[in-house]
Write a protein that binds this ligand. Structure first.
Ligand code: BGC
Length: 394
């Protein structure tokens, strides 16, 4: 479960790859496919216009498909997944993620629907941290705290995109350069996120970043899932499993206290599949602080660095979502702050707990908590984080 790999070789490789915008790679793969059999190579990725930023910059939508019929729409604004279809037990594909049909709806007060989060997933206490004796003050956008990268985090940036069709799926490489000092963070950060839709109904996400000054990084993906395929339902009937024997209790501002608390015998025990609604209203101080579940679970070590983290199962439709990661934590958020104020894609509104998030990440507030695994990234190192979301049915 290591995120930061100090490999100069890899850094050089990454920098070269970054500069070329993956074009060489892409050309190579394409020509390889072309020589194999031009006729049989299906186009698995389509680009269309999605809208315009207030300054006129175009935002594109890429539709990734695979041979089974899964479709994922990703827009260049925030790298947001706006639509994602998954089969039920009868093979019917339906949209299972919260979002909007038009760009303007994403400009309002939207709780990070489907977005890439950076530079830092979740909260940094008092919007402040120190590195090598220097104190950095970050944008505060959550009471006194910094949340999900600040006022204009990576979720609100327009990313560059490089699409690629594969034999049975598609790849979209998104890149963004965050300037030194953006939202208060030190160092110019070059970020690359690779979305790969496989022929196995799996979205593999690889995050990479390099910096020119010591900084902190903690990237994640903020999709809200509703496996029922009907956004007027809540997610309380979803059965969730979390591969975690402990979680991080929080203070009233949802900052981890530093304690790793065993889940056993508490509403936080998801080591066996459990309906989200079973104990979400329990008389428990931590539940009350989160308004439900809004905590980081400490993932158990798995045999491989990249292992099972979580699953969600919707009994009625038979949809199963599994999450694998090499991160040490997962934020399980049950959409407690949704309140029906946002219109849904299908005509209704997004009500309380109409979506659940499984955000793989390092622990919140790590830059201020020495006992937590470090989120520090130095020049010459490559930040690397790997997560996959896999759909099936049972
Ligand atoms: C946080 C919540 C927050 C939500 C939307 C989650 O990752 O844990 O506290 O309300 O994101 O911003």
């Amino acid at each position: 479960m290591k995120t930061i790999k100090a490999s100069l070789l890899f850094f050089v490789f990454f920098a070269a790859l970054f500069n070329s915008g993956c074009k060489e790679n892409k050309k190579e793969n394409q020509s390889e496919q072309e020589t194999v059999n031009t006729e049989s190579v299906k186009n698995h990725i389509e680009k269309s216009a999605f809208g315009e930023m207030p300054d006129g910059q175009q935002v594109d939508k890429y539709t990734l498909t695979n041979d089974n019929g899964m479709e994922i729409d990703v827009i260049t604004y925030g790298g947001i997944i706006t639509r994602w279809t998954a089969p039920d037990k009868d093979g019917n594909y339906e949209d299972v993620v919260l979002g909007f049909n038009d760009l303007d709806s994403y400009f309002g007060d939207v709780p990070y629907f489907g977005a890439l989060i950076g530079r830092y997933g979740n909260r940094i206490a008092n919007g402040q941290f120190s590195l090598d004796g220097e104190t950095y003050t970050l944008a505060k956008n959550n009471g006194p705290n910094h949340l999900h990268g600040g006022i204009t985090g990576f979720d609100k940036k327009v990313w560059k995109a490089e699409p690629e069709s594969t034999g049975d799926g598609a790849i979209l490489v998104l890149t963004y350069t965050s300037a030194d000092g953006e939202e208060g963070y030190p160092g110019k950060l070059d970020v690359k996120v690779t979305y790969t839709l496989t022929g196995d109904n799996e979205l593999d996400i690889q995050y990479e970043a390099v910096t020119d000054k010591p900084t902190v990084v903690n990237l994640t993906q903020h999709t809200y899932f509703n496996l029922s395929g009907d956004f007027s339902n809540d997610i309380l009937d979803h059965e969730v499993t979390l591969n975690a024997s402990a979680y991080l209790p929080v203070d009233a501002g949802l900052i981890p206290t530093g304690e790793l608390r065993p889940v056993e015998g508490t509403p936080f025990d998801f080591t066996q599949p459990k309906a989200v609604g079973k104990e979400i209203e329990a008389d428990n101080q931590q539940i009350q602080r989160g308004g439900g579940y809004d905590h980081c679970w400490v993932l158990n070590e798995t045999e491989d660095d990249f292992g099972f983290a979580a699953s969600a199962y919707h009994p009625e439709t038979g949809r199963v979502l599994e999450v694998y990661t090499d991160e040490p934590g997962i934020q399980f958020y049950t959409g407690n702050f949704l309140n029906g104020a946002l219109a849904s894609k299908t005509g209704g509104t997004y009500g309380k707990r109409s979506g659940l998030c499984l955000e793989t990440q390092h622990y919140p507030d790590s830059p201020n908590q020495e006992a937590f695994p470090t989120t520090r990234l130095n020049p010459g190192e490559t930040y690397s984080s790997h997560t996959s979301f896999k759909f099936s049915t049972k």
